[in-house]
Design a protein. Sequence first.
Length: 83
Amino acid sequence: MTYGYIRVSTEKQTLENQRFEIEQFCKHNNMTIDKWIEETISGAKSPEKRRLGRLLNEIGEGDVIIATEISRFGRTLFMVMQI
């Protein structure tokens, strides 16, 4: 299963730019997003407090998560490395 992960920090930011970028990536790489995960929450929150944490608990071998940039997963390099 392929997941598109979109996160913004505030309601003033838009999810659409990230969705567009992921869709373009998938188009160029002959991929399809099976499920979108969208959330409006700070990257400083631990993954367990975000939809990302539930996703990480659900995915299995061969599943793929696509985001526009690695910073969508966490605010610090340490947090991203833990994921």
